[in-house]
Design a protein around this ligand. Structure first.
Ligand code: GDP
Length: 193
């Protein structure tokens, strides 16, 4: 997809703040610091439209980015930040439960994981949560530039096994440094729009 326009529309915590237009949405989830903002920015050719918003103390919001006035990327605050308080974690959980269980505009979720590591318990919980809600998941295994080419398949297999990837869900090796995987990621995302 050729992105000609991208803007942040709204930061929302509650459904009444979600954009009202009925445009399709692609959510993006992942552990803090995994490279989710870099993935979004690379896809839309922006340096820093998406920012890491998962630092403790910051309000945890769903950030809606309007792309080509045609659909929204919905940046979900990252998980796995050890210093987040119990209250904050609970608020995060409620916000996600509401969004993922109720939002009819949502077409698919990109789950960003680090290709170097075995998915964490929280990555597995997130994948299970998305499957529980019967949502298609596109797994983006980022930081591809950090492993040797000969190791890629082994790492992809480990991600597939650990997450117990189901049905039509795909794993796309990706790098925000080299843009490898960008075309494939767009093709897959567009198939849901
Ligand atoms: P977020 O918290 O998930 O949004 O993560 P960021 O996008 O802010 O990235 C966290 C760190 O990982 C930053 O220092 C990025 O430069 C780095 N990073 C993200 N993606 C890649 C990648 O594909 N390759 C490499 N080498 N570094 C990356």
């Amino acid at each position: 997809m050729k992105v000609t326009k991208s803007d942040i529309t709204i930061s929302a915590v509650a459904p009444k703040q979600y954009p009202p237009e009925g445009l399709p949405e692609i959510a993006l989830a992942g552990r803090s610091n995994v490279g989710k903002s870099s993935f979004i920015n690379k896809l839309i050719n922006r340096k820093a439209l998406a920012r890491t918003s998962s630092k403790p103390g910051k309000t945890q919001t769903l950030n809606f980015y309007l792309i080509n006035e045609a659909f929204h990327f919905v940046d979900v605050p990252g998980y796995g930040y050890a210093k987040v308080s119990k209250t904050e974690r609970e608020a995060w959980g409620k916000m996600l439960e509401t969004y993922f269980s109720e939002r009819e505009n949502l077409r698919a979720t990109v789950l960003v994981v680090d290709i170097r590591h075995q998915p964490s318990v929280e990555d597995v919980a997130m994948y299970d949560f998305l499957k529980f809600h019967k949502l298609p998941v596109i797994i983006v295994a980022t930081k591809l530039d950090k492993i040797k080419k000969a190791q890629v398949q082994k790492h992809v297999n480990r991600i597939r096994e650990t997450l117990a990837v189901e049905g039509d869900d795909v794993i796309i090796p990706f790098s925000s440094e080299t843009a490898q995987g960008k075309e494939e990621a767009w093709r897959k995302i567009e198939s849901f729009l």
